[in-house]
Design a protein around this ligand. Sequence first.
Ligand code: NG6
Ligand code: CA
Length: 496
Amino acid sequence: MAGAALAYSSNAAPVSAATRPPNVVLIYADDVGYGDLSCYGATQVKTPNLDRLAAAGLQFSNVHTSSATCTPSRYSMLTGEYAWRKPGTGVLPGDAAMIIPAGTPTVASVMKSKGYKCGVVGKWHLGLGPGKVDWNQQITPGPAEIGFDYSFLIPATGDRVPCVYVENGRVVNLDPADPIQVSYKDPFPGEPTGKANPELLKVQPSHGHDQAIVNGVSRIGYMKGGKKALWVDEDMADTITGKAEAFLEREKAGPFFLYFATHDIHVPRVPNARFVGKTSMGPRGDSIAELDWSVGRILDKLDKLGLTKNTLVMFSSDNGPVVDDGYKDDAVAKLNGHRPAGRLRGGKYSNFDGGTRVPLLARWPGQIRKDTRSEALVSQVDLLATMAALVGQAVPAGASPDGVNVLPALLGKSKTARTSVVEHAGVLSLIEGNWKVVEGGKGVKFNANTGTEMGNDPNPQLYDLKLDPGETTNRAAEYPEVVTRMLRELARIRRK
Ligand code: NG6
Ligand code: CA
């Protein structure tokens, strides 16, 4: 392994025979927008650890999630296939079957086949088990069936039951005398709900989220039992960051791949007391501060283990920002002029770029020049092909149908990467050069729950992202031939 010629060596500084393949840490935040970090222009919240990562590496300005919500973005990132090709890859309930079939090539399986130890810690939201999962037994299939040697999971989201951690397929701290039951249909008689018992809540729901009550927060879905296994939201960042650190400690001999998927800054935003009031923005801002702390812990751990130099660290987010996503946590009232999507329009759920254009930071000392910027067009669906190139492994036949190897851009050796990319938020958009076309849809202007501008119109829209990154002016009527050409190209990609 140590002598293997690495695929990037032709583009990068020569890698000596003694150089070990790099470790890879991907920190994947939840619902963090293009404007939510101070290195991307935020001023109401400070993110010194993320800024330190940016200063030591490359900061991207044209990186896209495949979708404007979590499940499809994560599906695409791990498999290299646009999730919109696969029905059933929308936002999943917490009792959904795993949507990536066992044995599917993923970023993890490709790296594992090169001798990497692969771990996933944090939010999963890709389903677990075969359907009708029994939370009281070993749960399979799960991450182990798609290449992960270790997993410590929030099964779905922080706002969905079951509110327990699952480590290597087992619910953590489960008392067999108090089995867990989960239902996304019917409440369990005798169990309080947010709807019936608002007096038991420390934060009230603003829409949905009025079912099972766990730790004083009502959720989506009903659950019963498992009292000793229930998580404490305030400790979640500590718990999962600690598990990520422990993985690094155990696997320090390398090479390893850690996919650390934070709960922050998804709802419910219930940060630890250490972060409460750290910003003027209430729980949403304080959750960003907590996220930054988690990132700092990972960077510090790599420093302490002497691994910083030989580790590629990436940071990104699964979809754009949302302010009120279902709890009355003061996020709207306390925005204070903060623009979660920065100069972009829309946010989570939206066809506007605010929904899918996200931060990406990449650091690899000695390989990526520090304090640099890139406008290269990159999609998260490229991760599998890019990591395969990094470790010098061929992409398995038929795998990663939509991914492109963007390694030269990731390492800052090339200013360009993709020529086009598809984004998904109900309807599809295609970005190519300066242009973005959004296909016609149902014309829903605003998300009824969150108020997000959806960027959805019955007629196709056309924006010049170079002149107008905020997508204020629809140019479709001026350039009908561009619209026609791009919709044809989108149709071709869709058929592929
Ligand atoms: C929505 C939830 C929202 C959030 C989202 C998934 C309601 C009304 N809204 O259905 O709160 O959980 O799903 O977010 O229930 S994601 O980041 O995991 O995609
Ligand atoms: Ca998300």
